[in-house]
Write a protein that binds this ligand. Structure first.
Ligand SMILES: Cc1cc2nc3c(=O)[nH]c(=O)nc-3n(C[C@H](O)[C@H](O)[C@H](O)COP(=O)(O)O)c2cc1C
Length: 389
């Protein structure tokens, strides 16, 4: 089974550990970062979306212009762009990057965040619109013939797309989320399905649901989304050094969120001193699992989840290079083909992963790794040595 690596894109030296207030898009930094991903053989970088954040399209085009092989995953919320425009924008990026464009769909997990850009649909409706949106893009990429559309969310007449994807038919479509609606839409229409790192058992349960949704949607056996799973590894040469680094990371995350509270107060908090509960199921699941203990399986560490109120991908994998390589291989055995790893010290972590993690994981494929269809992975809840706590 092929395994590919994903990172996330950063436009400046600001990190969660050392935030730089008001940092702008730093062209030199972005080039250095993107080239490091290319040089160390990462396969993809996600250009994330947030209502307050940089435009992913120009960032994606910039990355394409300074890299050779790295694929660019544009995070896209349907409310931000009419689907016919998105179809052409993605196909344009695909042509200019010589076939390296990918789109990652976000239905929208939070009503307040969606309202910031004029989206007042319910979450269920947002998933309905997403389904429609993906069908329109696929139709627009499949053929240059004009077509009409008349559905609950979109109506247009005689749209004709002359901007073709490089492979002539489509651009890879990814869907992220952990709700039943996400499984349904991603299972039916996704080439890729994105998950946040959960323990092996829960990850397997999610994969089974996605595959079941693909089957229910009438996809042929074997035609199902490739699974993407995201971690925030904290690695070092030895277990002791990695755990010391993990605790320094946690201290910085906690002190940064304490500072934020001092400056902004708990504006949206349900109770004084408590962060508001996230509305997206993915974050709810992470927080729920965090209650079971700090470490799950070999090295999946949850304090980074609680410290950030599960804001985005937040589960760490902590340990020596070897421990983290073995942990990643556990997920590969489950059927995860796309491994997203980004750390907390963004550029330095890319280099560390590129030197010590990617080559080691790749060296162990495919001979040592069989998927769960033929052999069960070791799911070990108790073997983790929690050094330095
Ligand atoms: C791998 C991955 C990447 C994601 N990237 C983003 C992003 O860039 N911006 C964003 O707002 N949400 C992002 N999300 C969040 C979800 O797509 C979002 O919360 C979803 O629309 C609703 O989640 P739910 O179905 O779990 O409730 C990402 C999720 C995953 C799994």
């Amino acid at each position: 089974m092929p395994v590919e690596f994903i990172s996330a894109t950063f436009l400046n030296a600001s990190t969660e550990l050392k935030p730089i207030a008001g940092a702008g898009a730093d062209r030199d930094y972005l080039e250095r970062y993107a080239r490091a991903l290319d040089d160390y053989d990462f396969n993809y970088t996600l250009v994330p979306y947030d209502s307050s954040y940089f435009d992913p399209w120009t960032v994606g085009a910039t990355i394409a212009s300074v890299t050779k092989n790295l694929k660019i995953i544009i995070a896209l919320r349907p409310n931000t762009l009419y689907p016919t425009v998105a179809a052409k924008a993605l196909a344009t990026l695909d042509q200019l990057s010589r076939g390296r464009a990918v789109v990652h769909f976000i239905a929208g997990g939070n009503d307040v965040e969606q309202a910031r850009e004029g989206d007042f649909l319910t979450k269920e409706q947002r998933y309905g619109r997403l389904e429609d949106y993906i069908r329109i893009l696929k139709r627009a990429w499949a053929s240059p013939e004009p077509f009409d559309w008349d559905s609950e969310y979109y109506q247009f007449k005689q749209f004709r797309n002359l901007v073709r994807p490089v492979n002539g038919t489509s651009i890879p479509v990814s869907v992220g989320g952990s709700s039943e609606d996400a499984y349904r839409v991603g299972g039916a229409l996704g080439d890729i399905f994105g998950l946040w790192g959960e323990p092996l058992k829960e990850t397997k349960e999610q994969i089974d649901k996605i595959y079941a949704a693909a089957e229910k949607a009438g996809r042929a056996p074997g035609d199902r989304p490739r699974i993407w799973v995201t971690f925030r590894p904290i690695v070092a040469e030895t277990e002791e050094l990695a755990w010391a680094k993990a605790h320094r990371t946690l201290d910085a995350l906690e002190s940064n969120s304490a500072q934020k509270k001092r400056f902004f107060g708990n504006v949206a908090a349900g109770k004084a001193g408590e962060a508001p509960a996230p509305q997206n199921v993915g974050s709810q699941r992470l927080l729920e699992i965090a209650k079971r203990g700090e470490v799950q399986d070999r090295a999946l560490w949850y304090p980074t989840v609680t410290a950030t109120n599960a804001r985005g991908a937040s589960t760490a994998l902590v340990g020596s290079y070897q421990t983290v390589v073995d942990s990643i291989l556990d997920y590969v055995k489950l059927g995860c083909e796309l491994i997203s790893i980004r750390g907390y010290d963004n550029l330095n972590d890319v280099i560390d992963y590129g030197r010590y993690i990617l080559p080691e994981v790749r060296a162990k494929l495919p001979k040592d790794v069989e998927t769960t269809e033929t052999s069960a992975p070791r799911i070990n809840g108790s073997s983790t040595v929690v050094v330095g706590q």
